[in-house]
Design a protein around this ligand. Structure first.
Ligand code: BDR
Ligand code: CA
Length: 321
């Protein structure tokens, strides 16, 4: 069993990752922190409560709101991909009686900050806690700045971010999470903590098509099936127009699978650097992933391959269970 803290900017694929994590018996989700990324942290925190309400839990993980702004750069968001509210605009949907179709969970938001909740949770589970980072790395980096010694007691950090052998998804050379806060990513990669990365190179190998989703939820009317359909719709339209297939990549679900089903994945050790300055290449992740080509000591393990069919089957089996 892994004890985890999820740091997230929900985000449609973040939502899918959180559902998968909460339905994975191999994981104990102790806490969830939010951060600005796909949407502003205020909205991201509301979205987290919407996602948690789908699960009808009797006990919630501890939830705290994190950083609103990246370390140095002005915030860039991705509402054009994830919908104005970050969850495919489902917050606008109403039941026939006028009540929200997707209400917020009755879960308290901690009075401490996301950064402090990260430090407190590492402190509660020293050498045991795994942080799963699904958004820009601002909270994690602020936690390192506040108490580096405490953060050294993290067991590891598994994150979705970066791109190495493909084009980026926000600029030609950068992936969104690293692009939004490259200074934070630089700090995390050089922190000395064990870092496992799921970059676009591997998340692009998994395609959740509209056709597959429809087949999986056919005849079902439960909350999670409706959420899967309605929250992903605008995102799928965006992909159809700009990416070239009718569906979406479920980027953030992959780090969850890397923890619970490492056998589906293949990784290489590498020395990963982040471009924090470049005019053309801000947020670019740079590493030579060819085996035996390291000229520096590796600082991360980079996932390069996934058994996409096995992972997608597993995803649906768990999320619709
Ligand atoms: C990452 O960026 C966000 O839009 C997604 O939620 C994911 O974390 C993919 O580049
Ligand atoms: Ca995300």
């Amino acid at each position: 069993m892994h004890r985890i803290l999820i740091d997230t900017d929900p985000g449609v694929d973040d939502a899918l990752a959180i559902l998968l994590a909460m339905k994975s018996p191999e994981l104990q989700v102790e806490a969830i922190t939010t951060v600005s990324g796909n949407v502003h942290v205020e909205q991201a925190t509301q979205n987290l409560l919407t996602i948690l309400s789908l699960l009808e839990l009797t006990e919630y993980p501890i939830v705290a709101k994190g950083e609103a702004q990246p370390l140095v750069k002005p915030l860039v968001m991705a509402e054009h991909v994830h919908g104005e509210d970050g969850l495919g605009n489902i917050s606008k949907l109403r039941n026939p009686d006028g009540s929200p179709r997707y209400p917020l969970a009755n879960c308290e938001i901690s009075t401490i900050s996301g950064v402090d909740l990260i430090l407190e949770t590492v402190d509660r589970f020293p050498d045991e806690l795994v942080v799963v980072a699904l958004g820009p790395l601002t909270n994690i980096s602020r936690a390192i700045q506040k108490d580096a010694e405490c953060m050294q007691r993290l067991r590891s950090i598994v994150l979705m971010g970066g791109v190495f052998s493909e084009y980026g998804n926000v600029t030609t050379t950068a992936e969104f999470n690293v692009f939004v806060d490259p200074h934070a990513a630089h700090e995390v990669f050089n922190s000395g903590m064990p870092v496992h990365i799921a970059p676009l190179d591997v998340t692009h190998q998994v395609r959740l098509t509209s056709e597959r989703l429809d087949a999986e939820i056919e005849g079902r009317s439960d909350k999670i099936s409706c959420f899967l359909k309605e929250s992903t719709q605008p995102c799928m339209e965006f992909y159809r127009e700009h990416v070239g297939f009718y569906g979406l990549h479920i980027h953030d679900a992959l780090p969850i699978g890397m923890l619970t089903h490492p056998g589906f994945f293949e990784s290489v050790e590498a020395y990963v650097q982040v471009e924090t300055e470049g005019n053309l290449t801000s947020g670019m992740t740079v590493a030579d992933l060819r085996r035996d080509r390291h000229n520096s000591v590796p600082n991360a393990s980079v996932c390069i391959k996934v058994d996409a069919d096995a992972f997608l089957d597993h995803f649906f089996e768990r999320v619709l269970s």
